[in-house]
Design a protein around this ligand. Structure first.
Ligand SMILES: [Cu+2]
Length: 118
């Protein structure tokens, strides 16, 4: 959705081999919302605005409902995971990916912290 009084351009550039399709669409000021889907899982799919070179973001496409985006304080929460063994993947646009294994018992809650600093 473009709530700004200027035209933007939404230009996702999927990573080669991802199987997702590149597209490029302008969106008028106060224009109707665009609804798009990506057919394949992809982490950190880059999106830019061709009108404004400083406008960049990433989209992560996942099949699981268990994902989170950390807040400004770095905190995240995953709710409703069934008991089991998991590998949590933490992804940062500059520092890459780190993983952490975790085992959850029924009704158990755990804190998993990750540090991207060297
Ligand atoms: Cu823009």
């Amino acid at each position: 959705m473009n709530s700004d009084p200027t035209t933007h351009n939404i230009h996702p550039s999927p990573n080669p081999g991802s199987g997702n399709r590149e597209w490029n669409e302008s969106q008028a000021p106060q224009g109707a919302a665009l609804e798009k889907t990506f057919g394949r899982e992809e982490i950190l799919l880059p999106v830019k605005c061709n009108q404004h070179p400083w406008m960049k973001m990433f989209i992560s496409v996942v099949k699981t409902p268990f994902y989170a985006v950390s807040g400004p304080d770095g905190k995240y929460e995953l709710k409703g995971l069934p008991p089991g063994d998991y590998t949590l993947a933490f992804v940062h646009e500059k520092f890459g990916e780190k993983t952490q294994k975790v085992t959850l018992a029924a009704k158990e809650s755990k804190t998993v912290n990750i540090n991207f600093q060297p």
